[in-house]
Design a binder for this molecule. Structure first.
Ligand code: T4K
Length: 374
C-alpha cells in the first residue's frame, strides 16, 4: 500500500476538466482576467457569501495585496500570531511592516483577544489574525478592539473556505469579516485552483483596487498607478476552480465522515487531546489536529509521527516550529512571549484528512494511535 499523506488534492474527473478547458484552445485567451476567471469570481462571491472578491495567483499574494491596498504606514506594527504558516508573517515583513506576536487560545489555536490589547502601541496599524484549521477567530471581539483603537483588520482565512459563522443569528461566510479577508486555493486546501487565492472586500472600490494591484498597477495601456507585482490567476487554474466548486459541498460532507470517525475512535485516548468542534460554525474539516501529551500518552509527538510513518500514514506538524522559532525570525523575536503557541506547536500532529480518505482508513489510523499509547 502506498503511503497515505496528510492530504490529497481534490480533483474533478479528467473529462470534466477537459470539457472546461476546451474553449481556451479555441480562444487562446489563457490569462489576464479571461472568461473562466470572471465566471469563477462571480460563482465564488455567491458561494462564499461575500459582496466583492478579487482572485489572485495564490494565498500569499492575496495577503500582500491586501496589506498594500490599505496603504499602511511603512514600519507600522501588525499584531498577528506565530502559530501559522510562514506566509502570514512573510507577507507582513515583505510589505515593510513589523509583525508583533500575540499568543493564541488553547481551545482553537486562534489569536487570543485578551492578548491583543496589551500589544497595541502608538505604532500599531493593523491586526492580522489567522483562522486556524477551519476554526474561526473571535471575530466579534477582534472587531471591537480594532474599532476602539482605529486599527485595520485583515483576516488570513486560508483555512476557512466554506466555513460559516452564526453571527447574531445569521450565517455569515468567513470571508465577510474584517476590512479584508484572504483565502488560499492551494492544492492542499479544501477548495483548490491548483495554486490560487482571493481577497474578499467590503466595497467594489476595494476589489477594483486589488484587481489593479494584482496586475502591476496597470490601469490601461498608457497608465500605471501603483508599484505592485503580477499576481493574477490564469485560466487553467480558474477552470480547475469551476470544476472543484461543483463538488466542494460533497467533498466537505466526506471530510465530515472522516472527522466523525476520528472523533469517535480517539475520544477517550489518554494523552491525546482533540480540539472541540465549534457549534456556532458550519465547519469545513480542513485539518485534523491532535495534541500529544507525552507523560499521559507514554509516547512523544515525534515518536508518534515516526510510528505513523512506519505504518504508512504521513502526518505533519502544522505549525511546528512556530514562526518565531524559524531561522529567519528567531534572532528578532522571543517565542517565550507566546507560551501557548510554543507548547501547542511542540505537541501537535495533523493526521491525514481529505475527502476520499474514508472513515475506514480513519479508524485504521486511529487504531495505530490507540495501540501505541499507555
Ligand atoms: N496562510 C495560511 C494560514 C496558510 O496555511 C497558507 C498556506 C498561506 C497563508 C499561503 O497560501 P498559498 O500562497 O500557499 O496559497 C502546504 C501548502 O503549500 C500551503 O499552501 C499551506 N498553507 C500549508 C499549510 O501547507 P507544505 O510545504 O506542507 O506542502 P507539501 O508540498 O508538503 O504538501 C502537503 C501534502 O499535500 C503532501 O504531503 C501531499 C499533498 N499534496 C501536495 C501537493 C503539492 C497533494 O495532494 N497535491 C499536491 O499538489 O505547504
Amino acid at each position: 500500500m502506498s503511503e497515505i499523506l496528510v492530504t490529497r488534492s481534490s480533483m474533478p474527473e479528467l473529462s470534466e476538466y477537459v470539457k472546461e478547458i476546451e474553449p481556451l484552445f479555441e480562444s487562446h485567451w489563457i490569462t489576464n482576467a479571461g472568461k473562466k476567471h470572471e465566471e469563477l469570481t462571480e460563482k465564488l462571491k455567491e458561494y462564499l457569501g461575500v459582496p466583492h472578491l478579487s482572485l489572485t495567483v495564490n494565498g500569499h499574494m492575496a495577503l500582500e495585496l491586501a496589506l498594500q491596498l490599505l496603504g499602511l504606514k511603512k514600519g507600522g506594527e501588525v499584531i498577528t500570531t506565530p502559530f501559522t504558516f510562514i506566509s502570514t508573517t512573510h507577507a507582513i515583513v515583505r510589505s515593510g511592516l513589523k509583525p508583533v506576536f500575540a499568543d493564541i487560545r488553547e481551545e482553537d489555536c486562534t489569536i487570543d483577544p485578551d492578548r491583543i490589547e496589551e500589544k497595541i502601541t502608538e505604532d500599531t496599524v493593523a491586526i492580522m489574525p489567522v483562522h486556524v484549521y477551519g476554526n474561526m477567530c473571535d471575530v466579534k471581539r477582534i472587531d471591537e478592539i480594532a474599532k476602539k483603537h482605529g486599527l485595520k483588520v485583515i483576516y488570513d482565512a486560508a483555512h476557512t473556505f466554506g466555513v460559516k459563522l452564526d453571527y447574531n443569528g445569521k450565517w455569515r461566510g468567513s470571508g465577510s469579516f474584517g476590512d479584508l479577508s484572504c483565502f488560499s486555493f492551494h492544492a492542499t486546501k479544501v477548495f483548490n485552483t491548483i495554486e490560487g487565492g482571493a481577497v474578499c472586500c467590503g466595497t467594489e472600490a476595494q476589489a477594483e483596487r486589488i484587481t489593479n494591484l494584482r496586475d502591476f498597477g496597470i490601469v490601461d495601456e498608457e497608465t500605471v498607478n501603483a508599484i505592485s507585482p503580477n499576481a493574477k490567476m490564469n485560466e487553467f487554474s480558474a477552470c480547475m476552480g469551476l470544476c472543484n466548486l461543483r463538488h466542494v459541498d460533497s467533498e466537505i460532507e466526506k471530510r465530515k465522515a472522516v472527522n466523525d470517525a476520528y472523533r469517535d475512535a480517539l475520544k477517550d485516548v489518554p494523552g491525546i487531546k482533540l480540539l472541540k468542534e465549534k457549534e456556532d460554525q458550519k465547519n469545513n474539516y480542513a485539518y485534523f489536529p491532535i495534541f500529544v501529551d507525552r507523560d499521559e500518552y507514554g509516547v512523544s509527538r515525534d515518536e508518534l509521527f515516526d510510528i505513523l510513518k512506519k505504518n504508512g500514514f504521513g502526518a505533519r506538524k502544522y505549525f511546528y516550529p512556530i514562526v518565531t522559532d524559524t531561522d529567519c525570525y528567531k534572532d528578532s523575536f522571543d517565542s517565550a512571549e507566546t507560551p501557548v503557541a510554543e507548547r501547542l506547536a511542540a505537541s501537535v500532529l495533523t493526521i491525514p484528512m481529505y475527502a476520499d480518505l474514508g472513515a475506514d482508513t480513519a479508524y485504521k489510523i486511529a487504531e495505530v494511535i490507540k495501540s501505541h499509547g499507555n
